[in-house]
Design a protein around this ligand. Structure first.
Ligand code: NDP
Ligand code: GDR
Length: 371
């Protein structure tokens, strides 16, 4: 019998990598996607199977974390062995703009999944993975951060995820459910959403190198993050649900890097050396040299400036995780280091932007529906 998994947030970065991973393991994968006025399944389109095919192993359903009856019906129909609850309004800065919605989708949404499993009497069958986050640590209490470090959330997103964390622990203790939190530190990839800082940087570096863009703007360059590769982290989500006992786990690389250094590494990847000058809102980055003959960038060209609109009302300054428990008890070690992550993202974005430049040079114009 094939195992059956349900992934909420299947159209996101982690949902896409996890789907691939579970399909390779022989699972039947069900995913929940949101209704949208445009196609929103880009990241999983390569896994799509025609609904008329028999014996499909990748099946998408419409749903939403704010709709209890929909979630109950889907879980009843699917009878999953494993649920990976990845769906969330996952952008920390945006959560300050839409705090109530974030609380509903990220906090109460988790309760809806747990309670659906309980109501349907699936407590002993269905294992649940909750996508918890290093944002729970927020204001630095301890370095590095482990499973025992106290939480101090610093955004509506993190506060909603804190509710989700504790309701997962509570349902495990109250109803004997197999429900776990993976407290994952930042993980990135070529599939990362374009408004998260790493992808914003790799896209901009590729566009600037190819002459498609002049410069770009960031917020806090001093923030430090423990960045890993999403491929390593989805493997760990699965490992967490295969463990004998349901527990909570920190997943991290144990190394931290400032945003500024990520910028330097991304440009260096395509042969562009940068220098940073100035402080605070006046800080800027300039080209020192360009060793790649494909890119024509003048020495001294300004490529990055700070725009305070990207500052957050409350910031998380330093994240660095201690994944000793996962390393020793589950045997997890990441395969990618930061250099390889940057290389993977830059290769992919340079390729994407080359296509953009080709279309531009060949005179391709997007259709204007209103003409
Ligand atoms: P993404 O933002 O890439 O994906 C989020 C997914 O959730 C998308 O499929 C999105 O759908 C879906 N979604 C959002 N709101 C709803 C809703 N109301 N109902 C149903 N689906 C919804 O996030 P990641 O893949 O990067 O992260 C996965 C999870 O892990 C998230 O919960 C995130 O908070 C958490 N996390 C992420 C970390 C990271 O570094 N990436 C670190 C720690 C935790 P759509 O495509 O339609 O927008
Ligand atoms: P984060 O990721 O908030 O850690 O949440 P993000 O990439 O958005 O920010 C990381 C750090 O970079 C600083 N920063 C900027 N961030 C963005 N997005 N845009 C900018 O222009 C910019 N300039 C500087 C930020 O201030 C911050 O300090 C991610 C999400 O995936 C969450 O869902 C997840 O829970 C955590 O990682 C772990």
């Amino acid at each position: 019998m094939k195992k059956v998994a349900l992934i909420t947030g299947v159209t996101g970065q982690d949902g896409a990598y996890l789907s691939e991973f579970l399909l390779k393991k022989g699972y039947i994968v069900h995913g929940i996607k949101r209704r949208s006025s445009q196609f929103n399944t880009d990241r999983v389109d390569h896994l799509y199977q025609d609904p008329h095919e028999e014996d499909r192993n990748f099946i998408l359903h419409y749903g939403d974390m704010t709709d209890s009856t929909n979630l109950i019906r889907l879980i009843q129909e699917i009878q999953p062995d494993e649920i990976y609850n990845l769906a969330a309004m996952s952008h920390v800065h945006v959560s300050f703009e839409i705090p109530e919605y974030t609380g509903n989708a990220d906090g109460l949404g988790t309760l809806r999944i747990l309670d659906a499993v309980r109501l349907l009497g699936l407590e002993k069958k269905t294992r649940i993975y909750q996508a918890s986050t290093s944002e729970l640590y927020g204001k630095v209490q301890e370095v590095p951060q482990s499973e025992t470090t106290p939480f101090y959330p610093r955004s509506p997103y993190a506060v909603a995820k804190m509710y989700a964390y504790w309701i997962t622990v509570n349902y495990r203790e109250a109803y004997g459910m197999y429900a776990c939190n993976g407290i994952l530190f930042n993980h990135e990839s070529p599939l990362r959403g374009e408004t998260f800082v790493t992808r914003k940087i790799t896209r901009a570096a590729a566009r600037i190198a190819l002459g498609l863009q002049d410069k770009f703007y960031l917020g806090n360059l001093d923030a430090q993050r423990d960045w890993g590769h999403a491929k390593d982290y989805v493997r760990m989500m699965w490992m967490i649900l295969q463990a004998e006992e349901a527990e909570d786990w920190v997943i991290a690389t144990g190394k931290t890097t400032p945003v500024r250094e990520f910028v330097r590494m991304a440009f260096a990847q395509v042969g562009i050396e940068l220098v940073f000058k100035g402080e605070g809102v006046d800080e800027k980055a300039y080209v020192v040299s360009c060793s790649n003959p494909d890119f024509l960038l003048d020495e001294g060209k300004e490529v990055l400036a700070v725009d305070p609109k990207y500052f957050r009302p409350t910031e998380v300054d330093l994240l660095i995780g201690d994944a000793t428990k996962a390393n020793t008890k589950l045997g997890w070690t990441p395969e990618y280091d930061l250099k390889e992550l940057v290389e993977d993202m830059m290769k992919s974005d340079v390729e994407l932007m080359r296509k953009d430049r080709y279309l531009k040079e060949e005179g391709y114009q997007t259709l204007n529906y209103f003409e």
